[in-house]
Design a protein around this ligand. Sequence first.
Ligand code: HEC
Length: 158
Amino acid sequence: MKTHHLFLLLLLSTILSCVNPTDSGMTKKKTITSSQITESKASPVRQSQDLNAPNEEEVIIPKEQIKKAKEILAAVTDEELDQLDGKLLFKQNCSICHGIKGNMKINGAKDLTKSKTSLVRGVAQVYFGRNLMTPFRGKLSDAEIVAVSKYAQSLSNN
Ligand code: HEC
């Protein structure tokens, strides 16, 4: 009597455990998860790399700042610039962080001898400042900002 029951139970349980998971559970789960994993693993990693790369390499200067820098460059005359000494202005205002030759990187200052930034971006940087670089708006005249930015630019052309 007891052995019959045990056999029946064993048979039932083995049949149930074989039929159910393989037919409905296992096969479906395998196909869904494998495709989901390969897709979800591939795309977010690539996306985050694409998004991070330009942010680390390029410094983003707001459009209004570029616009203002262009206005300054357009307004300042050659006659005004002729009266100014860019090298001296650089020594007085910039060398504390950039060094007299522009290649000292004190407090995260960029090496100006290796800088590839344009004159417009340079003027925007000097006028508005950025991060640890203090703004020179109000401290230097527009003409002085152009003169010193031109000098800073010339450091990377050598
Ligand atoms: C208080 C320190 C400090 C002073 C003073 C300073 N700078 Fe800077 N400068 C920095 C720092 C820090 C950066 C990098 C800013 C950033 O995080 O983008 C920088 C970046 C720059 C850049 C951008 C370079 C690039 O490739 O993007 C230019 C151009 C520049 N400085 C020119 C000047 C000029 C010209 C003066 C003087 C009028 C000056 N700096 C004065 C600290 C300074």
